[in-house]
Design a binder for this molecule. Structure first.
Ligand code: ZN
Length: 155
């Protein structure tokens, strides 16, 4: 898939490095990343029914009642990878929109990014996220998992 190069800056040590990101305006398409710079996976949220499923389960959690659509969308993006996606080959959790760990200091704390000008693109193979663990869960186990991840986010 064709990705756009963005320059990001580590909030911890200030090191700048380039990573490929999904092009802006790609509706319903997300990249998920784990910690390592090569750990990346793709989600087509329109075609992957777990995205709607997790959305529904989050909204049905009592701690989410009364939250705005904006907040709920943010919670979904932040928690979806931990809830429904298998970890990467190193056991690191995938997160939508996450940046990889800084190649210089190793912390995952990008605090600023911008597209490279003039625009640069790269065409690379990105594997889709998988849901083997999630799909092996019962409905009540899925609710429990959603609850645990919401707790870990401080809800
Ligand atoms: Zn750093």
């Amino acid at each position: 898939m064709k990705l756009q190069i963005v320059k990001c800056r580590c909030g911890s040590c200030g090191f700048e490095f380039n990573v490929p990101q999904i092009r802006s305006g790609s509706y319903g398409e997300f990249l998920l990343r784990g910690k390592s710079i090569n750990s990346v996976a793709y989600l087509d949220a329109m075609g992957d029914k777990t995205y709607d499923e997790v959305d529904r389960l989050i909204k049905s959690d009592s701690r989410m009642s009364g939250k705005s659509a904006n907040v709920l969308a943010g919670v979904l993006r932040k928690s979806y990878g931990s809830i429904a996606c298998d970890s990467d080959s190193e056991g690191s959790v995938f997160q939508i929109g996450a940046f990889p760990a800084c190649p210089s200091c190793g912390l995952q704390s990008v605090d600023y990014w911008e597209v490279v000008e003039p625009p640069e693109f790269i065409d690379i193979e990105v594997p889709p996220v998988t849901h083997m663990v999630w799909q092996s869960l019962s409905e009540s186990e899925k609710k429990q998992k959603v609850g645990q991840v919401l707790s870990s986010l401080g809800y």
